[in-house]
Design a protein around this ligand. Structure first.
Ligand code: THU
Length: 131
């Protein structure tokens, strides 16, 4: 998808679509994410769980790594939705990964009432590890 002026609502809708492919047989917690690059492309991801639980991966890192693996370097915002009624904030590992590759990315979360919250990754990960 190529669209530089994608709205927050449209990005959330892309994350919702991506959530349909979530493979969460163990937790039952389905997550979708969609990341908008400065080149105007949207890359989506969903969580994928594995019998060997530690191999499971979150939706946000799937979306981010898909984009990085296609050569994307600059990011505008990422939307995250789950099948829970509450906002789904990124886990600590995803915050670290997002911060490392997109230190000024805006993070959008959406609850089942349709409310949207937006925050900077730096606010979600104060005093980040870097070297
Ligand atoms: N999960 C995500 O995909 N993103 C988040 O922000 C939080 C958690 C996944 C990991 C696991 O598959 C399931 O949700 C329950 O933790």
């Amino acid at each position: 998808m190529l669209n530089k002026s994608i709205s927050d609502e449209e990005l959330i809708e892309s994350a919702r679509k991506a959530r349909e492919n979530s493979s969460a047989a163990f937790s039952g917690f389905h997550v979708g994410a969609a990341i908008l690059t400065k080149t105007g492309k949207v890359y989506t991801g969903c969580n994928i769980e594995n019998y060997s639980l530690s191999l499971s991966i979150c939706a946000e890192r799937v979306a981010l790594f898909k984009a990085l693996s296609e050569g994307e370097k600059d990011f505008i915002k990422i939307a995250i939705v789950s099948n829970d009624s509450e906002f789904c904030y990124p886990c600590g590992s995803c915050r670290q990964a997002l911060y490392e590759f997109a230190s000024d990315i805006k993070v959008l979360v959406n609850d089942s009432n349709g409310s949207i919250k937006a925050m900077e990754i730096a606010a979600l990960l104060p005093l980040p590890f870097k070297h």
